[in-house]
Design a protein around this ligand. Sequence first.
Ligand code: LR7
Ligand code: MN
Length: 558
Amino acid sequence: MHAGGKYCGPRHCSFYIIAFLICQLFFLVIFIRNDDASSANELLSFMNESEESDHLDWRVFISHTPETSEDFYQYNIHLSNALGLIRKLPVTRHHSCTTRNSILPAPLEANVSVVISFHNEARSMLLRTIVSLLSRSPEDYLHELILVDDGSQRDVTLLDDLKRWMGGVFGSRYRLGLTFLRNQERMGLIWSRNRGASLASGRYVLFLDSHCEVNEGWLEPLLERLALNTNLAVSPLLDPIDPTTLSYRKGNELLKGGFDWSLHFHWLKRQLTNQESLEMPYQSPAFAGGVLMMSREWFLKLGSFNPYLKIWGGESIELAIKLWLCGGQIEIVPCSRIGHIFRRRHAFDFPPQSDRQLSPAQETYLHNSKIIAESWLDEYKNMFYALRPAARRIPLDHTYDELQRMRKERRCHPFEWYLRHVSPELRMHFDELSATGTLRNEDRCVHARQKDSQPILASCYLSDITQWSMLRQSGQLSTHRELCLAVGFGMRIALEPCGRNETVRRSQRWVRLGTHLLHAESHLCLDNPLKDRLEMSTCRSHAVSQSFQFALEMEGQT
Ligand code: LR7
Ligand code: MN
């Protein structure tokens, strides 16, 4: 090998060293500039100053929102348009969340695919959802955004315009994956979210409504919890955004997600234990509504959202039940905050269904609930049917073989386990009752109409026919609105707010003698002497007019 060329002398060497240092400096400058560009401020100012570039300006994008009536979106559209791309949000989480650093895995092991399905969403609202996500998530952990336009009707160019706008802003500068999908026909949010998730490639998948604003530091606390347990699924704490004023308020940390025996979602109160503080993650029987994040692989293994559920409703309850029963857990993480507009009514129609007595929205929800009951509730499904008798009439066009196979393969617990270990509230409600459901006398049922306090007998097939609960301890007979059947002045039957103190309770106490309902204080029996009337009269053991049956007897079932 020759000397010369390959090895440097002192003069040459200093030249190389200086050149090397200059290169380093050059790369450092580029690196710092890039790093800056990824910060939220830079991102926002770039979006704001983008008029000179050739992509669609966001103000133009919003100005193409079709003219609609005020209640088309069920929120204040003018205010939403006026708010712009992003706004400062109040800090709603506990101050300790801001001061502590989350311990996170490397980005490649913890990156997130966000799936947003929308149907008839206003441009400004959807944009704010997306921009809040992009500017308040650490870039390395946000893997991709999958947007599904679920057959929006008025604004058919929205998705294409959005593609142009986002392509212009993010096209060459970010590693963020962008997928835009459109269902030509509306498929419902459950199917659409599944479609999005099936195309995702991040470690985790997050589902979000299209009218949310994520708050500062929302992602890190969720990632931190998920990294500790692969079978965990998490929800942030939801901060409500008012649909009229769009004001962003602080959500309640003392609530967890749950559902009742009709399979309706409810917030449940929780109590802090001695060692617990408000900002600590806590277990929850169900998700905080529909925002949830979990391992994509685990989501797919559990069969995604049940694909037989239609349009809207029940999917997060179904996922919660199967998660808990098949080896997972759910936590709500109060250091993670996401704002959501809670609308007073649905902002969309439901496709027509077959049952004349139910609205399409009711029937769709009932259909979905029936699938959950049949798939997961085992013998407790009787409780569901007792409270939602109309569900029996709803036809289902599939069998449960696949799901039962999954339950077996994954050795999922029976529903009993969920009652024992996950939702004592649901179990307590079951244990509290001695009978429930409609209360039938021959072919008619005892019905408490909204407008008056005098119950009558009505067709058992009314869609809102009253469901009664007979409380084991107090003997009270209550409706779901916490009104109790009582006997008042002149032996008149009336509905009163269910009493908690002894005196009131005594006048609301009923004793069951066979199928008779005996009022404890007056010793008279509930009777139907004439047409739809209800009266109190002397008990006669064989009187058919005094015979009342509940849809479900719980005696001996616990
Ligand atoms: O046919 C439809 N196709 C859709 O893509 C109907 C709706 N959608 C979209 C819609 O545009 C919205 O983005 O689906 C999303 C949810 O519909 P909303 O916002 O009209 O209803 P909601 O806020 O009452 O939804 C709650 O219940 C749903 C039941 O299926 C889902 O679980 C939602 O995720 C749930 N939302 C929340 O709990 C709010 C939390 C924020 C989030 C995410
Ligand atoms: Mn919503």
